[in-house]
Design a protein around this ligand. Structure first.
Ligand code: NAP
Ligand code: MG
Length: 498
């Protein structure tokens, strides 16, 4: 996309939305005739009415998924054939990348610059990467005696339910369906109710690419209804969930109370960025710290929301961070210059503002931002916000805010820094900054988090597993070849030879 504000606005105005469920290769409305409204968080105005999928639609989608799985057109296709179809799917996504980027921008309030250069290219790359991997993976022969032959194989689990959040709508869908489809499963995906449009379009593009009917179904709907129906369905073999830790817990309960389906949880975070006094380059650290805290409006599970800084460099680093944060423009997500778009919805904005009030009343020092802005647009915008002199006991240091709010916490010793980094129920990601190689090893091993980045803020790339320790996750990992494991069952075939 040629990213010119006027062009982007024009293209956005002409978009047609797909608003129905996509089940068994066809668009269908909800049997109840019910719809729900999705709005543009940058204007507060409705964008579209979406079919409200509920138990009947989930049942229909699971039946179609099971039938497709049993028929074997996909589940028993040669890996090389699945690869070709998924590569075509990636090509279809690429051919429609501008539209997908705009759908996520309009529905989630995310800056078009991010959607067009990160979210959608990563979505496409994710599908391609998993497609390319599948005809290069081998099973095992066990080292048993000469009278037997034992094959250790991986087989698709069957029908996979995916329930995903609103913060990276297309990308979260790709992180699930990439490995789930590549390994031969059938999928029923429920997008977040606030962001259904890109997922529905992706299902249509997958069908165009040759993914057989019933293999990739999308049922838009509410969490308590459609989400729960997937979680409790007796014929869903596995649920892959990304979202809050609170809702993650519900899926464990649903599984326990139904068919013991496998449950994979990717949940929240309260990630530390630990800066030692010997950090190589404070200008670079400030750059990473601002990106970690404010990218995607802080609506990011790996958001580096706690800046844990050695007291000797704190003032200098904080000064740099504040100066840089001021240069991140907040505004219309369709404007390519915008770095921070709108928060997802009004109740969420109010929740974030509530955290700011809590920070002030608990005695943290507000040094930047803290207010709602651009109210005349009708959108849910807020200032980039920084608190200094935060203690780990405060609510803003303990709870996931999921907004553009950074807390600065000072430390004196390495042991104290590690203790602060780990003083959280979460363990998704962490960053540390030091020139000392031994310290980098020591501290990255001591921090209990799924991904620790050194001298940068990063979630790695498609080649690295992503997921959390402690209450940030359960059982699995997204991305990389390890993501394939969670969508397959391990089978032993034991043969008597003599
Ligand atoms: P959420 O409220 O937990 O919702 C996630 C999904 O679960 C949505 O599709 C939601 O549907 C559904 N859901 C809600 N209540 C449900 C219920 N009772 N039963 C079944 N399904 C239900 O999370 P969110 O607010 O969309 O996303 C933000 C959270 O996601 C943050 O905590 C963030 O850290 C986490 N996240 C984690 C990762 C990771 O990789 N670890 C990545 C991105 C985001 P509705 O949309 O209708 O509510
Ligand atoms: Mg919306």
């Amino acid at each position: 996309m040629k990213l010119k504000y006027s062009d982007v606005k024009k293209t956005a105005g002409k978009l047609k939305f797909r608003t129905q469920a996509f089940i068994d290769g066809k668009f269908v409305g909800a049997r109840s005739g019910q719809t729900f409204t999705t709005e543009n968080p940058a204007t507060g105005k409705p964008l579209a009415e979406i079919a409200a999928g509920d138990i009947p639609e989930v049942n229909r989608a699971v039946t179609a998924a099971r039938k497709a799985f049993d028929r074997g057109l996909w589940s028993r296709a040669k890996p090389g054939e699945r690869k070709q179809v998924l590569l075509r799917f990636a090509d279809r996504l690429e051919a429609n990348a501008d539209e997908l980027a705009l759908l996520d921008t309009l529905e989630a309030g995310k800056p078009i610059g991010d959607c067009a250069t990160m979210d959608i290219p990563d979505t496409i790359h994710c599908i391609r990467w998993h497609a390319e991997a599948i005809d290069k993976l081998y099973g095992h022969v066990s080292p048993t005696g000469p009278e037997n032959l034992a094959l250790i194989l991986r087989e698709p689990v069957g029908v996979v339910g995916c329930v995903i959040p609103w913060n990276f709508p297309a990308q979260m869908a790709a992180w699930k369906i990439g490995p789930a489809l590549a390994t031969g499963n059938s999928v029923v995906l429920k997008p977040a109710e606030l962001t259904s449009l890109s997922a529905i379009r992706m299902a249509e593009l997958a069908a165009e690419a040759g993914v057989p009917a019933g293999v990739f179904n999308v049922v838009p709907g509410l969490g308590e209804t459609a989400g729960q129906a997937i979680g409790r369905h007796g014929d869903v073999d596995l649920v892959a969930f990304t979202g809050s830790t609170e809702v993650g817990r519900c899926f464990l309960k649903y599984a326990a109370e139904s068919n013991l389906k496998r449950v994979i949880l990717e949940c929240g975070g309260k990630s530390p960025q630990v800066v030692f006094a010997d950090a190589p380059d404070l200008a670079a650290v400030a750059n990473h710290a601002v990106g970690a805290a404010f990218w995607n409006m802080g609506e990011n599970c790996s958001c580096g929301s706690r800046l844990i800084v050695h007291k000797n460099i704190k003032d200098e680093l904080v000064q740099r961070v504040v100066k840089l944060a001021r240069t991140w423009p907040v505004g219309d997500p369709l404007d390519p210059r915008t770095r921070l778009g709108a928060l997802i919805e009004k109740p969420h904005l109010e929740k974030v503002l509530g955290y700011i009030a809590a920070g002030r009343s608990e005695g943290a020092k507000l040094i930047l931002g803290g207010r709602r802005i651009l109210e005349r647009t009708g959108g849910y915008f807020m200032e980039v916000t920084i608190f200094d002199e935060v203690s780990q006991k405060m609510k803003i240091a303990r709870e996931e805010i999921f907004g553009p709010v950074l807390s600065v916490i000072p430390f004196s010793t390495e042991a104290e820094a590690i203790a602060l980094a780990n003083a959280t129920d979460y363990g998704l990601a962490a960053s540390l900054y030091t020139q000392d190689l031994n310290r980098a090893h020591r501290v990255s091993r001591a921090i209990r988090a799924g991904t620790v980045s050194v001298n940068c803020f990063s979630e790695g790339d498609i080649t690295t597993p992503f997921g959390g320790f402690k209450q940030s996750g359960f059982f699995g990992r997204d991305k990389s070849i390890w993501a394939h494991d969670q969508y397959t069952e391990l089978k032993t075939i034991w043969m008597q030879l003599a």
